[in-house]
Design a protein around this ligand. Structure first.
Ligand SMILES: CC(C)(COP(=O)(O)OP(=O)(O)OC[C@H]1O[C@@H](n2cnc3c(N)ncnc32)[C@H](O)[C@@H]1OP(=O)(O)O)[C@@H](O)C(=O)NCCC(=O)NCCS
Length: 289
C-alpha cells in the first residue's frame, strides 16, 4: 500500500508550455469510486449519517480495536499467524537473484507496527478527513503493507495427505449494495450466508468484519443487531491495517485460529468491497464440530 506510485499518464508526448502537469496519487485514486464520484471515507460518512453514528461512537470503537490488537500481540496470539519479514535473497539458477531489503537498520519485522494503545481523548483530537465528518486517520483502517496466504483443499485431499485442516469452509455469499454506502455490504452478505447455511446470527460465536472505516463496521453491527462482544475480538483493521488483497485471508485465518483457541464452532469473516459489494464466509472449527 505504501509503495503505490504517484504517476503521470498524460505526458507521453511531452509537456506543453503552461499546460497543467497531471500527477495522480494512485493510492488516493484506488480509494475513490468513480461511479459514485466519492472517496471510500465518504461512503462511511454516508453510513454514519444513515445510522446516527457519532464521532464519539467511532473513536470508542477505534480505541477498543487498538486495545484488543495490543492485547493479542502481548499474549502472543497474533505472533502465531505472522511469518517474520527479514532481509533475504532468493536465488534460482539461471535467474537474477531477487530479494527483500528492509530499510535503514531494520533487519526483521516480526509484528504489525500500527497498533498502539489509543485512548479516546487522544483520538478525539485528530482532524476529520472531511470537514464535519466522523472519520479520521485514527479511526479508519490504516494503509499498511502485508501479504497473506492459505492452502484451501478438498476434505478428501486433506485426509489423503494426513493433514488436519484448521477450519472447514461451510458456505460463502456475496451481495450487492449501492456504491455510495458500499461499507454496509457485509450485512446483506451475512444475512444471505445464514439463510444458505440454515444458521441464526446467535449460532455464530465469532465475527471478523473488516474495519475499513469505524462508522462502516458499526453500521454493519447495528444493521444486523450483532453482539459486539463477538466482533473482532483480537482487534481489526483500524489497529492492524487493511492491506488490499491480503485482508480476506488475514481475517479468515485470524478467525479460524480464534475459534480453535476459544473452542467455539462457527465463525463468519466478512468484508465490504469498494464499488458496492459485501462478501462473507462461514467457517467451522473441526475440533468443535
Ligand atoms: C483515513 C486516511 C485518509 C488517513 O490517511 P493519512 O492522513 O495518510 O493517515 P495518517 O497515518 O497520516 O494519520 C493521520 C494522523 O492521525 C494520527 N493517528 C493515526 N492513528 C492514530 C492513533 N491510533 N492514535 C493517535 N494518532 C493516530 C497519525 O499520527 C497522523 O497524525 P499527524 O497528522 O499528526 O502525523 C487513510 O488512512 C484512509 O483512507 N484509510 C481508509 C482506507 C480505506 O477506506 N480502505 C477501504 C477500502 S474499501
Amino acid at each position: 500500500m505504501t509503495r503505490n506510485p504517484i504517476a503521470a499518464f498524460d505526458h507521453r508526448t511531452g509537456f506543453k508550455l503552461g499546460a497543467p502537469v497531471g500527477f495522480k496519487d494512485y493510492m488516493w485514486e484506488a480509494l475513490k469510486d468513480p461511479a459514485a464520484g466519492i472517496n471510500m471515507i465518504q461512503t462511511a460518512e454516508n453510513l454514519a449519517r444513515k445510522y446516527g453514528i457519532s464521532r464519539e461512537d467511532v473513536d470508542a470503537f477505534a480505541s477498543r480495536s487498538n486495545a484488543r490488537a495490543v492485547a493479542a500481540q502481548q499474549d502472543g496470539f497474533l505472533a502465531g499467524e505472522i511469518v517474520p519479514v527479514v532481509t533475504e535473497k532468493f536465488e534460482l539458477e539461471g535467474y537474477k537473484p531477487r530479494g527483500i531489503r528492509l530499510q535503514g537498520k531494520v533487519t526483521e519485522v516480526t509484528a504489525d507496527t500500527h497498533p498502539r494503545l489509543s485512548p479516546v481523548e487522544v483520538l478525539a483530537k485528530l482532524k476529520s478527513v472531511f470537514e464535519g465528518g466522523v472519520q479520521t486517520g485514527g479511526n479508519s483502517s490504516a494503509l499498511v503493507d502485508a501479504a497473506a496466504a492459505a492452502v484451501v483443499a478438498s476434505g478428501a485431499y486433506a485426509n489423503a495427505q494426513g493433514k488436519q485442516p484448521l477450519a472447514r469452509v461451510v458456505a460463502a455469499a456475496v451481495a450487492g449494495v449501492p456504491p455510495e454506502i458500499m461499507g454496509i455490504g457485509p450485512a446483506p452478505a451475512i444475512r444471505l450466508l445464514l439463510e444458505r447455511s440454515g444458521l441464526k446470527l446467535d449460532d455464530i460465536a465469532r465475527f471478523e468484519v473488516n474495519e475499513a472505516q469505524g462508522a462502516q463496521t458499526l453500521a454493519v453491527a447495528r444493521e444486523l443487531g450483532m453482539n459486539i462482544e463477538r466482533l473482532n475480538v483480537n482487534g481489526g483493521a483500524i489497529a492492524l491495517g487493511h492491506p488490499l488483497a491480503c485482508t480476506g485471508v488475514r481475517l479468515t485465518l485470524t478467525l479460524a485460529r480464534e475459534l480453535r483457541r476459544s473452542g467455539k464452532r462457527y465463525g463468519v469473516s466478512s468484508a465490504c468491497v469498494g464499488g458496492g459489494q459485501g462478501i462473507a464466509l462461514l467457517i467451522e472449527n473441526p475440533q468443535a464440530a
